[in-house]
Ligand binder design. Structure first.
Ligand SMILES: Cc1cc2nc3c(=O)[nH]c(=O)nc-3n(C[C@H](O)[C@H](O)[C@H](O)COP(=O)(O)OP(=O)(O)OC[C@H]3O[C@@H](n4cnc5c(N)ncnc54)[C@H](O)[C@@H]3O)c2cc1C
Length: 338
């Protein structure tokens, strides 16, 4: 067993959130993390810091303060206009060395997943990915990082006792977003960018926006999801008809994705996206735990299934026992009437 030399924890202080932004607009996952960071910082009698990297991002610092940041550390520079993981990691490691945070949180998004493992390795500390719960141990003051393990069948709580900072990622929509409080006051610290930190090995040649005609799963208020019960890719046509009527988005179980009926980007669950819509309408999805962990915090869950004993039917607020190929066309007819 590897046991590191004990570190002097007293050198490390405050809870950091690594912000994610696009075109100067901070993404919601950052606010969700700031809410979680507030509770952790209060338990540690420390402050919440938000680290904002990019070009033209300084104006967004107030939004972070309104959502619980005490200090916003900004590096606003044209070299940071597009996300290059190596450059961003270089800057973050420099800031971590300088300010020694005790806890660092980052979104488990495509960007966060590219960035934060690099930072953790260079900072010689652990990283717990995809946490669903974060708290502080009363006796040790350590960060308790809870995440699904063993295929989602258990929840493991992990601590990083020998290294600092303690680092964790959290998926979007897992933590509650705090209401903005425009009266909050905070400090904005502007840092310059040392030219030596800019990666010369990597650059972004072109950014292509996904023009797919669809509402993103993360933003959708109504999601209609299909599983193996759809019997083939054509079944998703029916789901899209419903989605159009209710201004919703389509998603899928892994069984449907693995069968090649729909692209992976639509998958909800442990190895897909986490969603939290107002309404989640599951059609022909049995509701295995790996799917449920990605959608169980939806406000209202409706399940259409021929099997009344399927786990999704037990979880659902409204369970419709029936053949989806009869229920959905009837639903569409009714919606068109109203
Ligand atoms: C490590 C790991 C990670 C995983 N990650 C994910 C993940 O991220 N997301 C995910 O979804 N799964 C994931 N899985 C797979 C998961 O365990 C299940 O296998 C999968 O979710 C099942 O998909 P399903 O419900 O569509 O299919 P099934 O379990 O086969 O269920 C199909 C359902 O459709 C119903 N049905 C059939 N015909 C009709 C009809 N005509 N009308 C109405 N109902 C009908 C059936 O009664 C049944 O309940 C993961 C598994 C592992 C091991």
């Amino acid at each position: 067993m590897y046991i590191a030399n004990p570190i002097d924890r007293s050198r490390y202080r405050n809870v950091w959130v690594i912000a994610e932004q696009r075109d100067g607009r901070v993404k919601r996952v950052t606010y969700e993390l700031l809410g979680a960071a507030r509770a952790l910082a209060d338990a540690r009698r420390a402050n919440v810091w938000c680290v904002l990297l990019g070009e033209g991002v300084t104006a967004a610092a107030d939004d972070c303060i309104a959502r619980q940041a005490d200090t916003v550390l900004v590096v606003d520079h044209p070299e940071l206009a597009t996300f290059v993981d190596e450059t961003y990691a270089n800057v973050l490691n420099r800031l971590i060395d300088r300010y020694t945070p005790e806890i660092v949180l980052c979104g488990a998004t495509a960007q966060g997943r590219a960035l934060i493992p690099r930072v953790a390795v260079r900072a010689v500390c652990g990283l717990t990915a995809d946490c669903t719960g974060l708290s502080i141990a009363e006796d040790t003051g350590l960060l308790l990082q809870t995440r699904p393990a063993l295929g989602g069948n258990i929840f493991a709580t992990i601590t990083s006792a020998n290294h600092c900072p303690q680092m964790a990622t959290v998926r979007p929509r897992v933590m509650a977003e705090p209401q903005p409080d425009p009266t909050r006051k905070g400090e904005v610290l502007a840092e310059s960018l040392d030219d030596g930190l800019v990666s010369r090995r990597m650059c972004v040649l072109e950014s292509v926006v996904d023009n797919a005609d669809r509402i993103s799963l993360a933003d959708a208020r109504f999601i209609i999801a299909g599983g193996r019960g759809l019997r083939g890719p054509e079944g998703f046509g029916l789901l899209r008809d419903v989605a159009r009527l209710v201004d919703g988005a389509v998603s899928a179980s892994r069984a449907a994705v693995d069968a090649g009926w729909i692209d992976y980007t639509y998958q909800v669950g442990q190895t897909g996206q986490t969603v939290q819509p107002k309404v989640y309408l599951a059609c022909g999805i049995s509701g295995q735990i790996q799917h449920l962990v990605g959608m169980q915090s939806s406000d209202i869950i409706i399940s259409v299934n021929t099997d009344r004993d399927a786990p999704m039917m037990k979880l659902a607020d409204y369970a419709v026992v029936g053949d989806l190929f009869e229920v959905l066309p009837a639903f569409i007819r009714k919606m068109k009437q109203v």
